[in-house]
Design a protein around this ligand. Structure first.
Ligand code: ACO
Length: 321
């Protein structure tokens, strides 16, 4: 038994921000950003929230799957930039879309979060606890990005993507792996609220995203091909049989490096980072939704979804559409 994606949806904030606009904030250029990352623009929240973007994406995923909200048994929202400590974004989505029969909770594995949530849903369905799930990756990273740091603010965008999955007899998800390396936690981090109570006060750290870009770059190019090969081996599928690699959209050069190491032609690696930047946990479902709506995903097609992020975390999923 496995799960199959029956519907996809996505949502972006209304405000699109060009590289030129970023050059007014930090010492950079459109040329540098395009050459080093492939990014030309991103969408930035002017009021949209993790919960509102996730809700919009979930409604569209349900419509696409021709399902109603009250049929949903589990809602998972992967995010590392929620508005609230409580209630979680998944419960806010549940309320917003009227999915009163679902259990709902959030999950954080940074940019690999959507994959970890998909794997969690698979485990729930496989064990017979639930028959379906609505899974969103949603981020408003613009509130944790340091807009004075040119090493990070050029990269990220806000947005959400969602999928509706259901139990299936054959096909669907064929193989899955996920890995974490907490020893490399400092490579990409963002502190939350620091400890402060009547008995203790810690000097506040600047709570913005801090990143060692080169370290992440080499981690992704080394680790992702291995992770993908591991998932393909589990699924009993060769690299050459994969029609599309839907990868986390962090940097075009990372995607090129991964395709070279895998020995797979770049035509099999669709991208949307040019328009949306790195949207962390939203990145994979957002791209998947764009491909789905363009009619580029055909029944029986073999796909690999793979991503990496803070933690460090990484994962890969092999599936039949
Ligand atoms: N504009 C102009 N110059 C810049 C900029 C900028 N925005 N940023 C850095 N530079 C300069 C540096 O200061 C450096 O100058 P120097 O040689 O005089 O010291 C030079 O450009 C090269 O810097 P590098 O850091 O070596 O640049 P690199 O080619 O590695 O690109 C980048 C940097 C784009 C951040 C790249 O390392 C990268 O994409 N890394 C992966 C990041 C990533 O994917 N993060 C997200 C992970 S997912 C998650 O969990 C959120």
């Amino acid at each position: 038994m496995s799960i199959r994606i029956l519907g996809t949806g996505s949502a972006l904030p209304e405000r699109a921000v060009t590289n030129e606009e970023i050059t007014e904030l930090v010492d950079t250029s459109d040329e540098w950003i395009r050459e080093r990352t492939g990014i030309a623009g991103r969408h930035i929240s002017t009021g949209e929230t993790v919960a509102s973007l996730a809700s919009r994406a979930c409604v569209l995923a349900l419509e696409n799957a021709r399902k109603s909200a009250d049929e949903v048994e589990l809602i998972l929202v992967a995010t590392c930039s929620p508005e609230n400590v409580a209630p979680c974004a998944a419960c806010q989505v549940q309320k917003e879309i009227g999915a009163g029969n679902a259990a709902a909770f959030d999950l954080n594995a940074a940019c690999a979060g959507f994959l970890f949530a998909l794997h969690t849903a698979w485990a729930y369905v496989e064990s017979g606890i639930y028959r379906n799930a609505l899974i969103a990756g949603s981020e408003v990273l613009s509130k944790i990005v340091d807009w004075e740091d040119r090493g990070t603010c050029i990269l990220f965008g806000d947005g959400a993507g969602a999928v509706y999955v259901e139990k299936c007899g054959d096909g669907g998800i064929l193989g899955f792996v996920q890995h974490s390396d907490g020893n490399k936690g400092d490579v990409l981090s963002c502190v939350g609220r620091t400890l402060e109570n009547p008995f203790f006060r810690r000097i506040s750290e600047k709570n913005y995203l801090k990143m060692d870009g080169r370290e992440i770059f080499s981690f992704a190019v080394r680790q992702i091909p291995k992770t993908i090969e591991e998932a393909l081996e589990k699924a009993g599928i060769a690299v050459g049989d994969v029609e599309l690699f839907v990868l986390h959209q962090a940097n075009r050069r990372i995607i090129e490096g991964i395709s070279k190491r895998l020995g797979a032609d770049e035509v099999h690696f669709p991208t949307n980072l040019e328009r949306v930047g790195n949207t962390s946990s939203a990145s994979i479902p957002l791209l998947l939704d764009e491909l789905n709506r363009k009619g580029e995903l055909k029944p029986g097609m073999r796909l690999v979804l793979s991503g990496f992020g803070a933690g460090l975390t990484c994962g890969a999923c092999v599936l039949e559409w």
